[in-house]
Design a protein around this ligand. Structure first.
Ligand SMILES: C[S@@+](CC[C@H](N)C(=O)[O-])C[C@H]1O[C@@H](n2cnc3c(N)ncnc32)[C@H](O)[C@@H]1O
Length: 321
């Protein structure tokens, strides 16, 4: 264990057949002690994510679930932080560099979920989520879905020249163009076609009636629907997950102020991480991704460049165990 400067971190982790590694940051250095044949899991690693990522072994992670610092949104007070770059292009370049490295750490069947919001500068929307998304495609990630996180309790705003923003993007990428782990059944939603709020002509009156659905329109070719054989027309576990997720903001308040709720993380993990898989969050903050991973019996690796946030995350993990 070696330490320089004012802060010394001693992280004892398990390593997948790798020798001990160290990550040097400005004013700190820590060594991750290894024992051959075991894994680097269930640990928070303090450092610049790209430096830590470079030291991680290939193909150890099933899925990444993360929310990076948004461009010019918050100052986390670290010289290593991402998000305070001089230009959008500089931010995108750092993100691409990091996620290119992280792609190596993810298994070929693995994936990445990224929650990311946009930024207005002088009244103009920068389009940051899509700039980052396209840059990640350039470094090899395969974009599979652009989901919208709708926030019913988003902060009101005083703007009068455009709609108030109440959404962020959740991008879903796979590691490669080949098969990837995705458990659609684990994240199905209730069917709504015949709910009270159904807009379908006739609503619930169609239920169970032969020839009860309109003969024209999008369901015109589905004989199961027309014959009232709903059990065969609809998946018994619900409909496939949709791309708009309506989830209220997190209530967790401590030193860390950009904590995301557990609900979207649960969906991401259930969809794309095997029950005993490994989840990585390179911007772990207060440790929400790790908490959800642990709750569901999965393993986690968290990275953050701010020592105080690592401590908060560890305390939250202890409190839930
Ligand atoms: C949006 S917050 C993540 C919050 C987290 N999802 C949670 O629920 O608590 C982004 C985090 O990234 C960290 N961060 C910023 N730049 C970093 C870098 N270069 N390397 C590692 N962590 C960084 C910040 O300290 C902050 O905790």
């Amino acid at each position: 264990m070696v330490g320089h400067g004012s802060v010394v971190y001693m992280v004892f982790a398990m390593n997948l057949g790798h020798e001990a590694f160290s990550v040097a940051n400005k004013g700190m250095e820590f060594t991750v002690k290894s024992s051959v044949g075991t894994e680097i899991v269930d640990e928070f690693l303090c450092g610049n994510a790209v430096d830590v990522a470079r030291e991680l072994p290939d193909s150890i992670v099933d899925t990444i679930v993360t929310s990076p610092p948004y461009y010019r949104q918050r100052d986390y007070g670290s010289v290593e932080q991402i998000g305070q770059e001089i230009s959008p292009a500089a931010y995108v370049e750092r993100m691409a560099e990091l996620f290119s490295e992280l792609r190596r750490v993810v298994k070929p069947t693995g994936s990445l979920w990224m929650v990311i919001g946009d930024k207005y500068l002088k009244g103009e929307l920068l389009g940051m989520p899509w700039r980052v998304c396209l840059a990640l495609k350039e470094v090899g990630w395969v974009l599979r879905s652009d989901c919208i996180w709708h926030k019913p309790n988003a902060m009101p705003s005083s703007v009068k020249t455009r709609p108030t923003v109440d959404h962020e993007y959740i991008f879903f990428f796979s590691h490669s163009k080949k098969d990837y782990f995705y458990d659609a059944d684990a994240v199905r939603e209730p069917h709504v076609t015949f709910s009270e709020s159904s807009k379908m002509k006739g609503g619930r009156r169609h239920f169970g009636k032969r020839g009860g659905t309109p003969e024209k329109g999008k369901n015109s070719g589905d004989s199961n629907l027309h014959d009232g054989r709903w059990d065969q027309a609809f998946h018994p576990k619900g409909r496939n997950k949709r791309t708009v997720w309506s989830i209220s903001l997190s209530k967790f308040r401590e030193t860390h102020f950009a904590v995301y709720p557990e609900a979207p993380v649960e969906t991401c993990l259930n969809a794309s991480c095997p029950p005993d898989g490994v989840v990585l969050d390179p911007f772990s903050g207060a440790g929400t991704t790790a908490m959800v991973a642990k709750q569901s019996g999965r393993k986690y690796i968290g990275i953050d460049c701010v020592p105080e946030y690592i401590e908060i995350a560890k305390k939250r993990m202890e409190a839930q165990s």
